[in-house]
Design a binder for this molecule. Structure first.
Ligand code: PLA
Length: 473
């Protein structure tokens, strides 16, 4: 610990007490030294003095009250962008965070979003606070997009919808609801899953454990393992499911498998908790990508769904999404919504308006809605093309006979390559291809022009680096 000195001097007594910061942090009030007869400035040449009434406070320059706080590790996903920025090599390629890029590797603002924003500007809309639950027109639109406007859960007003801070904030709000109203309940998450799920439940103090999902031998779904683990979970657990385009694996259950998943969830009285971060972005169709949620809700189950508009509308930084809780009665939904609002108020008070208005304007205008669907199909289509190109390059270059066709079976913006941590590190260190260390590649950020280079990097890392680990058998 540095020679941290914090002094409290009583103006009346002209005395100061110095205590090392670490002791102060522990809540102790041990006095290190007391000096009389000289001014604070004289006694501590490094100090700056502020007078607050009778007590003056001296804080040493260059020494922090936060000395005891250690450096946090970089985020495994968002940290990739920081490492990319720091890389000075010309060939560098950022395939970390799931954010769509054009063929020219530029960020893309949807044309339909620009149109909606222009409309908002023309109308000269104000910046008043939204209600705690968010924009009513957005909440209506988002629930209808998810369940379908004619769905009985909507017609019977059984869905409590609250606008959230995109997918992450909506998940966090749901986690707070679980913590408050289902004490001791467990959330089951897939192994692997989006890394932030664990953080969200940890911070909300909700217990979680994993169910088997990925089978490295087939680079596919470990369906039997998944079913067995969901069955073995304590009755009434929350089962976190990726509605479509599972992150990071890109492997989704088939419709028949979803039926079986629904069976076991119902048998065990579990509560499905969907994370829908890619509706319309996985297949290009909003309805197809909501099929899993609709299938389970059609069985009359109560369930939770977190939504995000980061990817499908490219509204990443606008932080727009929602949490929906389907209840067995309208009355329960009203009460749940009131409690979601109560949880939101001290966390962030009320959500941002801009993205909510964009979504509401687009969905509420048939012409704009159609334009959005066309742009979503275009983005999903570009990702599929690049995926195909990557597969073609790998197959043409790899003379070992390895079958790379699993890449074509994966859905959404990512490809889970099966590369180990060391191999993923080689991708970055040697080839300047920045990916997450679990071997996930953000295909949405890849251009056709870069496929050959990426294939070279993958093949070198796969064949020449490290001992076979999980995913390499
Ligand atoms: N849920 C899943 C499954 C996600 O993949 C992501 C984003 C979110 C929720 C949250 O997104 P939002 O808060 O912006 O709505 N995953 C990204 C970005 C795309 C990230 O990690 O924040 C990813 O690269 O995995």
């Amino acid at each position: 610990m540095a020679s941290a000195m914090l002094s409290f001097a009583s103006a009346a007594a002209s005395a100061s007490a110095s205590l090392p910061v670490h002791e102060n942090l522990k809540g102790k009030t041990k006095i290190g030294s007391v000096n009389f007869g000289s001014s604070v400035q004289e006694r501590n040449p490094f100090g700056k003095t502020k007078h607050f009434g009778r007590v003056s406070m001296t804080v040493a320059v260059n020494v922090s009250r936060f000395e005891g706080i250690t450096m946090a590790p970089p985020d495994p996903i968002l940290g990739v962008s920081e490492a990319f920025k720091a890389d000075t090599d010309e060939k560098k390629l950022n395939l970390g965070v799931g954010a769509y890029r054009t063929e020219e590797l530029q960020p893309y603002v949807l044309k339909v979003v620009k149109k909606a924003e222009n409309l908002m500007l023309e109308r000269g809309e104000n910046k008043e606070y939204l209600p705690i639950e968010g924009l009513a027109a957005f909440n209506k639109a988002t629930a209808e997009l998810l369940f379908g406007a004619e769905n009985p859960v909507i017609k019977q007003q059984r869905v409590a919808t609250v606008q959230g801070l995109s997918g992450t904030g909506s998940l966090r709000l749901a986690a707070a609801l679980i913590e408050r109203y289902f004490p001791g309940a467990k959330v089951l998450i897939s192994s692997p899953t989006w890394g932030n799920h664990k953080n969200i439940f940890n911070d909300a103090r909700v217990q979680w454990s994993e169910y088997r999902y990925y089978d490295p031998k087939t680079v596919g779904l470990d369906f039997d393992g998944m079913i067995a683990d969901i069955k073995a979970a304590p009755e009434g657990s929350f089962i976190l499911l990726h509605g479509c385009a599972h992150n990071p694996t890109g492997i989704d259950p088939t419709p028949e498998q979803w039926e079986k998943i629904a069976d076991v969830i119902q048998e065990k009285n579990h509560i499905p908790f969907f994370d829908v971060a890619y509706q319309g972005f996985a297949s290009g169709s909003l309805d197809a990508d909501a099929a899993s949620v609709r299938l389970l809700s059609a069985r009359g189950m109560e369930l939770l769904v977190a939504q995000s508009y980061s990817k499908n509308l490219g509204l990443y930084a606008e932080r727009i999404g929602a949490i929906n809780v389907v209840c067995s009665s309208a009355d329960a939904a009203t009460r749940v919504k009131s409690q979601l609002k109560r949880l939101a108020r001290p966390m962030y008070s009320n959500p941002p308006v801009h993205g909510a208005k964009i979504v509401a304007n687009i969905v509420g205008d048939p012409a704009l809605f159609n334009e959005w669907k066309a742009e979503m199909e275009m983005m999903a289509g570009r990702i599929k093309n690049v995926r195909q190109k990557l597969y073609d390059s790998l197959s043409a270059k790899d003379k070992s006979g390895k079958d790379w066709s699993f890449i074509l079976k994966q859905i959404g913006m990512f490809s889970f390559t099966g590369l180990s941590k060391t191999q993923s590190e080689n991708m970055t260190k040697k080839w300047h291809v920045h990916i997450t260390k679990d071997g996930r590649i953000s295909v949405a950020r890849l251009s056709s022009a870069k496929c050959e280079y990426l294939a070279d990097a993958i093949l070198d890392s796969y064949h020449n680096v490290g001992l076979p680990e999980i995913g390499q058998q």
